[in-house]
Design a protein around this ligand. Sequence first.
Ligand code: ADP
Ligand code: MG
Length: 366
Amino acid sequence: MIRELRLKNFRIYDALFMECDPSLNIIVGENAQGKTSIIEAIYTLGLTKSHKTAKDYPLIKEGADYAKISAKATLKNREALLEVVFSQEGKKAKYNHIDHPRLSDYIGYMNVVMFAPEDLDLVKGSPSERRRFLDLEIGQVNRHYVYHLNQYKKRLRERNEHLKALQRKHSEPDALLDVLDDQLMHYGLKIIRARASFVDMLRDKLKPLYEALSGEDAVNFRYEPSVTEKTFQEEMRKKRKIDVVTGATSIGPHRDDCGFYFKDTEVKRTASQGQIRTLALALKLAVVDIIKESKGHPPIVLLDDVFSELDASRQNKLMNLLETETQVFITTTSVADMHLKGLKRYKLFTVQQGTIKGVNTHGYEQ
Ligand SMILES: Nc1ncnc2c1ncn2[C@@H]1O[C@H](COP(=O)(O)OP(=O)(O)O)[C@@H](O)[C@H]1O
Ligand SMILES: [Mg+2]
């Protein structure tokens, strides 16, 4: 749980200081005033990368040479200081003043789950969106995964470079390719195993959550790997000649996908916008549950522009599904669209042009 958030040169913000509510924080403002930037900062502080951009430089305020996000937080009942800095030299992540050069050692101290309008792309979009989702969420609960994935990507680049070299020389697969294959498979198998078991966990949670939100019960979620644990080696051998001709690795976890189904029909073929939205919501709630079970405490929940889009009954269901000890941040352009009556307490921040113009607390005994 974040107690104090500080930003320096982050996106639209010169400087921001925010004393956060332990349960519910609502950030309200017109478009392009800096609402999303605040929760993007919280997400980035947890995972060392933004959910919106693969590159880090857009996070740095125009004209500045670094950006800094920091927070005083209570994590597992302990006080902690988290800091992430982006600059020309790359990024640095510190936990209680200690630098973590290997970011996979830092990710996971503070867990976050983002609900954003882009989540619809998880259902409708390309396989790469779903791989990104799996990788990020598995990485939050499994430090080794981040390391293994980085190793896999590195080996894949090496193998592809070698394939291109062989292609140029019109050569046959050689002994170096044997070595590169083995290394790629070593890490690839770890990725396949982790993804398979994570998708299993997600599916078990997704079904009841989707049902609770929609009243429909036929949703399914499947891992659709490019190759399985069993066939990886054999397939790899079969594809070597083709890989040399094309200069690329044709199979492996970098080509994985996963899919959502209603009974046996792919959701993206038939589902309505409303069903897709509810499914994306249920999927993220499933991630919240998995993190809670694996870490022993719920992640910080970030809802960017999605809450006001829900009807009153789904807003209520969502708030009931999130436990009271969960810290939640919600952005919205209009509080009027939010059904706040049932809520015991919350803190409302009004943002305008990169500053917090007002803070109102509700339901506090003063
Ligand atoms: N690196 C940056 N430097 C300065 N301003 C930025 C940067 N990145 C985004 N912005 C500005 O931030 C604003 C968008 O902020 P955002 O948090 O997305 O707003 P909201 O969610 O309230 O619509 C835009 O005006 C955009 O131009
Ligand atoms: Mg926004």
